[in-house]
Design a protein around this ligand. Structure first.
Ligand code: ATP
Ligand code: MG
Length: 425
């Protein structure tokens, strides 16, 4: 019996990895344009970190975490999201002492024990960004504009929904009203909502059941219960979006699945992935750094799901990987193979992507390989060519061919060829 991968854990095979690389390349480029620096943090953390940040009565902590006992008896968890780990590192290394506002991003795998579906895995990947040290609403708008630009440059169309969840001053008042409303509903809610109306009442509003949602149509609306500070902040955030030309819709029922959010929350949604409609989501977490034992600094962040970006990208026209060989060297016969290996190494040393066949296959079969790899050019060397001191260079894109003198000295020849190919791109 062969051993297979775990359910919900997916291999990313060579023929799709270029879509991943393109997404990461464009994301990094945009993050750098907006002044973000990369941070890499461990995938395994003390369980307490996530319980204290994400919140005990959330889906993630209640039923989705990969938690186990380490060999020393400590409870550890495979990170289900990035913010908690990044803030833990931020506090542990006193990054706030180096500059007042820190802009950080991280890219990597997250782990949640969910029911695997298209676009929903147990190991998935996030592009995750954080701004720590400012509560200015213009930063909220700037961050959403960055997410928007990223999706635009990826060629993906999504919609932006925003809401405000208020702050520790105004949210309790709203929560009390909501609890009162939920009590008035009697029975008839789904099992999750039944439980949550006691443990985490705000979360019921996020229920996916149409039946529950019908009950909540008359529920109090958080945006009507914001204190003056939060209302001003929300207005300034939406003004910022308008001035940057970012289209958005207000969704007063969005509450998000993590407890740490305050004020601005947002989601980037698509209708092209069935039930997995969220491509990205984020929000403000003004009390969280302090709650984790750090200084009282506000923050805001978002995360995008790479698998969902990949699925959306794959629905578009096939994109060239950009990793295709610039040259495929076709060597025919023992002597040509020996020369070919030297030439290929010289060209690769000069920065060219070069492929060749080591098996001594026929001309026809090697040309087929070159086609399959979408090589831009081929260089054919056989015994006749070797004797004449020149190979046959074919440009597969333009369709032209020429005889190319073979070198006595490989390095200079390779450098000249590399610079010629660069000009032809
Ligand atoms: P959903 O409503 O789809 O469960 P979420 O609110 O749990 O999403 P977040 O915790 O905000 O998601 O994570 C941010 C993004 O990470 C999501 O918008 C989504 O694109 C992606 N994501 C979350 N969970 C998964 C998963 N199990 N598999 C693949 N991508 C995921
Ligand atoms: Mg979820």
């Amino acid at each position: 019996m062969t051993v297979t991968a775990l359910k919900g854990f997916k291999d990313i095979l060579p023929d799709e990895v270029h879509v991943w690389q393109r997404i990461e390349r464009i994301a990094r480029d945009i993050f750098h344009r907006f002044g973000f620096a990369e941070i890499k943090v461990p995938v395994l953390e003390k369980t307490e970190l996530f319980v204290r940040s994400i919140g005990e009565a959330t889906d993630i902590v209640e039923k989705e975490m990969y938690t186990f006992v380490d060999r020393n008896g400590a409870s550890v968890t495979m990170r289900p999201e990035g913010t908690a780990s990044v803030l833990r590192a931020f506090i542990e290394h006193g990054l706030h002492a180096k500059q007042p506002v820190n802009r950080l991003y991280t890219i990597g795998p997250m782990f949640r024990h969910e029911r695997p579906q298209k676009g929903r895995l147990r190991q998935f990947h996030q592009l995750s960004v954080e701004v720590v040290g400012t509560d200015k609403p213009s930063v909220d708008a700037e961050l959403m504009a960055m997410a928007w630009l990223l999706l635009q440059e990826l060629g993906l169309s999504v919609s932006l929904q925003i809401n405000s969840l208020g702050c520790p001053q105004c949210r309790p008042v709203f929560k009390e009203k909501l609890v009162g409303f939920l009590e008035g509903l009697g029975s008839g809610l789904c099992a999750d909502c039944e439980r949550r109306r006691h443990t985490n009442p705000l979360r019921v509003l996020d229920c996916k059941s149409e039946h529950c949602q019908q009950h909540y149509r008359q529920a109090p609306v958080i945006l009507e219960h914001l204190c003056a500070g939060c209302a001003d902040h929300f207005r300034a955030t939406t003004d910022g979006l308008v001035s940057l030309g970012i289209p958005y819709a207000v969704n007063a029922f969005m509450v998000r699945g993590l407890d740490y959010y305050t004020r601005t929350t947002f989601e980037l949604l698509t209708d092209a992935l069935g039930a997995q409609s969220a491509v990205g989501a984020g929000g403000r977490y003004d009390g969280l750094v302090q709650q984790l034992g750090g200084p009282d600094l506000p923050g805001i962040g978002f995360a995008m799901g790479v698998e969902r970006l990949v699925l959306l990208s794959s629905q578009q026209e096939a994109v060239a990987s950009g990793n295709e060989p610039e040259l495929f060297l076709v060597a025919l016969g023992e002597a040509a193979l020996a020369t070919g290996l030297r030439l290929v190494h010289g060209l690769r040393s000069c920065g060219l992507r070069v492929a060749m066949d080591h098996e001594g296959r026929s001309l026809k079969s090697q040309m087929k390989q070159a086609d399959k790899l979408r090589a831009r050019r081929t260089l054919i060397i056989g015994d006749n060519e070797l004797a004449a001191g020149a190979g046959l260079l074919k440009d597969m894109l333009v369709g032209s061919q020429e005889t190319l003198p073979l070198p006595g000295e490989v390095a200079a020849w390779s450098a000249a060829l590399a610079s010629r190919f660069r000009q032809e791109q």
